[in-house]
Design a protein around this ligand. Structure first.
Ligand code: CDP
Ligand code: CDP
Length: 221
């Protein structure tokens, strides 16, 4: 079973995907975390974010893996736990540039497809329904207004001890959405057979209920 959840930045994809995976007892895969980890790798080695050859070279020496520790999913770069580091604003600002690199995408897409081959998955990202799992059993496209998405990220940052301005967050989200939607390779777009769920004004529980209804309907049909 494959459930694909795509959508723009901060639409609630990972929050919802994680809860759905728990309910169904499927493996959850946060593909955005993988692009963020590669961006951190480039930053740690002071590489330019468009230096495809060097970034790919580093990726071959530093595998990305997911591990569940005390019930929480963590992401590792080699032996380094980078779960927190990949959420820093400097990574958010630069990840779209790294995610536009063809070879980086090829390597990560292959790894994502391998994960989905070996288990029932709920996978979230930008190109899951279109490129990574085009045959997914259920495809959800989550959206919400930019204002609400910035508010959500603002609150989330506060809980992590990161203070950001709301207007800067709105600008960052808009820029990232634009870059992700306009890149040449695997741009963010809704698959023709995906079901769009507008989460503006909905809390997490309400979105989970809606998405679970869609999944049940699809599975029963
Ligand atoms: O959580 P947030 O919406 O901030 O983003 P994310 O899911 O962590 O993804 C970070 C970035 O990785 C996105 O802005 C995209 O540039 C890239 N990404 C991608 O290109 N393809 C995916 N399947 C997932 C993420
Ligand atoms: O993965 P993506 O970037 O699409 O979003 P996320 O990281 O799951 O959600 C961004 C923030 O919005 C998190 O702090 C969620 O708790 C929050 N959220 C919310 O307040 N209401 C929702 N309906 C969905 C997410």
């Amino acid at each position: 079973m494959q459930i694909a959840i795509d959508g723009p930045a901060s639409a609630g994809k990972s929050t919802i995907a994680k809860i759905i995976a728990q309910k169904l007892n499927y493996v959850y895969t946060d593909t955005g975390a993988m692009y963020r980890a590669v961006t951190l790798l480039a930053q740690q080695h002071q590489l330019a974010y468009d230096d495809e050859a060097q970034i790919v070279q580093l990726m071959s020496q530093t595998p990305i893996s997911f591990r569940v520790l005390a019930g929480q999913q963590h992401i590792f770069l080699g032996t380094q736990d980078v779960t927190t580091a990949i959420r820093l604003p400097a990574i958010s600002r630069n990840v779209s540039q790294v995610a536009a690199l063809k070879k980086v995408r090829e390597i990560l897409v292959q790894q994502q497809q391998k994960i989905a081959q070996d288990a029932n998955v709920v996978m979230d990202g930008r190109d899951i329904g279109t490129v990574v799992l085009p045959q997914a059993d259920v495809k959800i496209f989550l959206i919400a207004s930019v204002a609400e998405r910035a508010q959500r990220r603002y609150r989330e940052n506060l809980t992590r001890g990161i203070t950001t301005s709301l207007s800067a967050l709105q600008a960052e989200i808009k820029t990232r959405d634009y870059k992700d939607s306009h890149r040449t390779i695997s741009p963010l777009r809704k698959a023709s057979d995906a079901i769009e769920v507008d989460t503006t004004g909905l809390n997490i529980a309400q979105v989970v209920t809606k998405v679970m209804e869609i999944i049940q309907q699809k599975l029963n049909s």
